[in-house]
Write a protein that binds this ligand. Sequence first.
Ligand SMILES: Cc1cc2nc3c(=O)[nH]c(=O)nc-3n(C[C@H](O)[C@H](O)[C@H](O)COP(=O)(O)O)c2cc1C
Length: 247
Amino acid sequence: MAKPAVGEARSSDMVTLLSIYIIRLFTTTLIVTKVTVNYKALCYDTESERGGCEMGKWAVIYSSVTGNTRTIAEAIAEQAGDADVFRVQDAPEDLSGYEVVALGYWLRLGQPDPLMLKYLPKVHDAQVVFFQTHGTAPTSEHAITSFARAGYNLGPGCTILGTFGCRGKINPAMLAKRKNAGPDDPHGGPKSMERWKLASTHPDAQDIADAKDLVDRMKHKMVMRDRFLAKKAAKMAALQQKKTDKD
Ligand SMILES: Cc1cc2nc3c(=O)[nH]c(=O)nc-3n(C[C@H](O)[C@H](O)[C@H](O)COP(=O)(O)O)c2cc1C
């Protein structure tokens, strides 16, 4: 049989190499896609799991008697831009259309108020931001434990993205009652008076600015997280490719 000319041999080699390259590119793309989806399914909600939520849309759901928590809810919604705001009494049970669900409440007995406490178990498979207002200092154990209680009461499959808390002035009717509390009453005495005085000017302009800042930080957090996941997925895909090449 006649030996192929040098040029002929080279062009058939090129075709083979090109085919191998195209097949590898195709399989790598498939692996990256699969790993990315698997990672998101493991750590966070995928769009398909959440029924095709609108990227970036927030639901801001709040409970408020005297308006403190409502003020913070409105600031959060304004900063989120694309947001629907609901009183907890009117909140939908299906939240799958939202990328973020912000849940706000006032503290009663060191935990979310009764209306929000009743609603929390209905929230499931959502990325949640909690915001709360209270008489106590935001850094107090009392306030921080309340976030834990809120989280404990959520329905299944939720991710807690972040939290925000600030003081909120106490209902004057409540203050009138507590002025007569004896020294053994945990809600009476000079310490309580001091707390009420500190709370009396809140939420103030700084609290509102801080609540808005929280929204920006949450948005940034989601971008960074997605970037991290994509990087990790690409790394895993490269490892998988190496393994396939070896086999
Ligand atoms: C009945 C009642 C109980 C409260 N219990 C707490 C509490 O346990 N801890 C706390 O820090 N503040 C407590 N507060 C203060 C409120 O949480 C605070 O004033 C809040 O900002 C009110 O929110 P709103 O204006 O949205 O209704 C209580 C207030 C009331 C009226």
